[in-house]
Design a protein around this ligand. Structure first.
Ligand SMILES: Nc1ncnc2c1ncn2[C@@H]1O[C@H](COP(=O)(O)OP(=O)(O)OP(=O)(O)O)[C@@H](O)[C@H]1O
Ligand SMILES: [Zn+2]
Length: 730
């Protein structure tokens, strides 16, 4: 009987064999018995005679059910999945579980039909008699009179209230229709006249169009507001015209209806959207439409890189430096790196766009592995934002803002412009301190001070989410003199209200703006000039277009200047540059002030005097001297346990596993040492970094001893993980 290998969703780095009536194609889902459970796995290989089997081989269990007639994925995605398991040294069953939409993971059938609406008999009568009162309801009946229509399309034209009313009156009902199979987007006509490309945009567009039929990686390195999105719009036009699909990845926060709207408005075609806040069903629908070749443009966040494409034409990663492209748990993949891999195997062009490219991508561009396209000027005649520092040492502060800055803010506000104040700390105050003994009120599980949230009257731990009432007295000395220390956005908002009582302000952080819809409403209101003062955390720094902002104020960036994370400087420079990019985007010039106690800090001085491009080249030199990525490759073993000793011990044993071949790999260790956040939710956290000058050497070194690590007795007692190409040391 044929034997199949199945990737089963369990944390083991192997596949499992089962017997089956007939051989199955790789990528087909099967339901299999596993211990006492029944699990859904994916076929990775089939054999008539399993390799290495003899009479002593234990009898295999049969597959319980075959779920698909066709593999879920084409060859390219199948090989990408193999690659993921081997590159990230991750259990293949868990890789499949990450790559599949969750509905498919749970066994939903892969359907060729889409949900639709149709008229009931009563509805058909109504189409003739037209007795309904509601105008919209009548329109909907008239539309469906010509036949069933995809629910998605009906929903795009009528509100859910209209549809609900018609369903309640039993005039329309849900049904399914066979999907359309044609790439009908290719016959679009441009809905807008594109602006004339600037010289630099023109060069970039021509370069990409010239080699549109095979894999070429581009770094589109364009200052904020330089018209990168306009370049994407112009280069995808011919791709769509040929009936090919374009996959666009954007950071989690950057995916707003504004972004999607820009593409829809230009081409007048439906754009498929994929992000983590959609329902599983909605995601599966878009996934299937893309797979069947019904969508010309798919825009999505990180996991959209796994979307199957029937006719792939181009892949774009916007804001490629953004950390949200790296998954931070489970399979810790980097969607940007996967995009490179995927574009290569699909043999289509890849555009990585950013005003502040990651040092990895910049290095690839400088080495000519990527074609480097630069846009150094802002589009439409907007001028660059001026960067300045304000020395806050010995200055009296109002609501955390130095007097000099308050005057600058006032003058911008008086001219009717908007001012953005950035503080990356939500809540009222980052600590509550006993004025008598100096003890802070700490989260016991994380051993870090609680943040005070005044609006809720509660303390909240920003590491584990724990929350408690504000105590009445100090836990150490029982003094009642508890005071807040430091400033968060909530307090800043209060303070600004006192400083500028007549100015309307809005706070944008994850406390004030819960959910995507609210963020979108606020962003629209900002651009409609409902507010003049915008206060917020890094949600405000990402890709938004604020034409009326002329001043950006950054409070307290000093913490990041002295971080132990070697990437901190790169991240801070990206943040400052992106924030500066929010100002002066239209016809009014913009300025940015950094309030700091370290005005002479070389990083700030370099950014101010020479800009991000210079900073980045300088930072690459430093990484080269220190043999840090991208001039070496890293992997991190992390371990967490309730007892610090267990986690530390485990990592020491991991190091012992790897030590015998450290010289052969030309490798090195850093640690084990505590993570930057040493304790979280009651667990102590440690890490061990493995580093090699060559990527290949690191991977064979890792692979060589991973089995030993897995069989360490402590491996079952601590929570451990392996992170390849880590970007976050917290
Ligand atoms: N060639 C052009 N002529 C006139 N206006 C343009 C041109 N290209 C882009 N614009 C306009 O300039 C503004 C900024 O462009 P766009 O949003 O494409 O820049 P970006 O580089 O993607 O921005 P960021 O990375 O800062 O978010 C937009 O309003 C856009 O419509
Ligand atoms: Zn905590």
């Amino acid at each position: 009987m044929p034997v199949i290998d199945v990737a089963v969703p369990v944390p083991l780095r192997q596949t499992f064999s089962y017997t089956c009536e007939s051989k199955l194609a790789a990528g087909v889902r099967v339901s299999v018995p596993f211990g006492r459970r029944q699990l859904i796995g994916v076929v990775t290989a089939s054999y008539d005679d399993p390799p290495g089997a003899d009479d002593s081989t234990p009898a295999l269990k049969p597959v319980s059910e075959v779920l698909d007639e066709q593999p879920l994925f084409d060859r390219t995605l199948l090989s990408l999945t193999d690659w993921l398991a081997s590159y990230y040294h991750h259990p293949v069953g868990e890789v499949w579980a990450t790559v599949m939409p969750s509905r498919l993971r749970k066994g939903s059938p892969l359907s060729d039909k889409s949900p639709a609406y149709t008229l009931t008999e009563a509805g058909e009568q109504e189409a003739l008699s037209k007795t309904l009162k509601g105008k919209k309801q009548l329109e909907c009946i008239a539309l469906l009179a010509s036949g069933p229509m995809a629910q998605e399309e009906v929903k795009s034209r009528f509100s859910s209230a209209v549809l609900k009313a018609l369903e309640e009156k039993a005039l329309i009902t849900a049904t399914t229709i066979a999907h359309k199979a044609s790439a009908d987007w290719s016959s679009f006509t441009l809905q807008q006249t594109p602006p004339t490309a600037s010289t630099e945009q023109g060069v970039a567009i021509a370069a990409i169009n010239q080699q549109a039929h095979h894999f070429v990686p581009y770094l589109l390195d364009g200052v904020t507001g330089s018209g990168k999105t306009e370049v994407y719009l112009q280069v995808i036009e011919p791709v769509l015209k040929q009936g090919k699909q374009v996959l666009i990845l954007v950071p989690e926060i950057g995916l707003t209806p504004q972004t999607v709207g820009r593409f829809e408005r230009r081409f007048g075609i439906t754009v498929g959207v994929l992000h983590s806040q959609m329902t599983d069903l909605a995601r599966l629908n878009v996934w299937q439409q893309a797979r069947r070749g019904e969508l010309g443009i798919i825009i999505g966040t990180r996991s959209a890189i796994f979307t199957p494409l029937k006719r792939p034409g181009m892949i774009i990663v916007d804001e490629e430096h953004d950390e949200s492209f790296k998954q931070q748990d489970g399979l810790r993949y980097h969607a940007r790196d996967l995009a490179v891999k995927r574009a290569h195997s699909e043999n289509v062009p890849l555009i990585l766009g950013s005003a502040t490219p990651s040092l990895e991508s910049l290095n690839n561009a400088l080495n000519k592995r990527y074609t480097h396209l630069t846009l150094s000027q802002r589009a439409g005649g907007a001028s660059h934002t001026q960067l300045k520092v304000l020395d806050s040492r010995d200055q009296p502060l109002h609501a955390g803002i130095a007097q000099g800055l308050v005057s600058i803010m006032r003058s911008h506000l008086q001219q009717g412009n908007q001012v953005l104040v950035f503080l990356n700390r939500r809540g009222f105050a980052p600590a509550v301190i006993c004025h008598h003994c100096g003890q802070t009120v700490d989260c016991k599980s994380c051993e870090r001070p609680f943040t005070y949230h005044k609006s809720q009257g509660r303390l909240q731990c920003h590491h584990c989410g724990a929350s408690r009432r504000l105590p009445e007295q100090c836990g150490e000395c029982h003094s009642h003199d508890l005071q807040t220390s430091g400033i968060g956005t909530e307090q800043l908002e209060h303070g600004l209200g006192t400083l500028f009582p007549d100015v309307k302000q809005v706070r944008i952080d994850s406390d004030a703006v819960k959910g995507k819809d609210k963020l979108i409403t606020r962003l629209d209101e900002i651009n409609a000039r409902k507010y003049q003062l915008l206060v917020g955390t890094q949600i405000l720094s990402k890709g938004h277009h604020f034409p009326h902002v002329t001043l950006v104020v950054v409070l307290d960036c000093d913490g990041a200047l002295f971080s132990a994370d070697f990437r901190a400087a790169e991240k801070l420079a990206q943040l400052i540059t992106q924030l500066a990019g929010r100002a002066g985007r239209a016809n009014k010039p913009g300025e940015m002030w950094l309030q700091t106690d370290n005005p002479g800090h070389p990083l700030l001085q370099d950014l101010i005097n020479n800009g991000f491009a210079h900073f980045a080249r300088q930072a690459l030199q430093e990484r080269k001297l220190a043999l840090l990525p991208p001039y070496s490759s890293q992997a991190i073993f992390r371990a967490e346990a309730n007892e610090a000793g267990l986690a530390l011990n485990f990592l020491q044993q991991v190091r012992d596993c790897y030590r015998p071949s450290v010289n052969a790999a030309k490798g090195g260790f850093i640690g084990p040492l505590p993570c930057l956040i040493e304790k979280r939710q009651g667990r102590f956290r440690f890490m061990l970094v493995l580093q090699c000058p060559q990527r290949g050497a690191l991977h064979s070194w890792l692979k060589h001893h991973l089995k030993e690590v897995e069989s360490l007795p402590l491996a079952n007692k601590v929570r451990w993980s392996l992170d390849i190409d880590p970007v976050d040391l917290s």
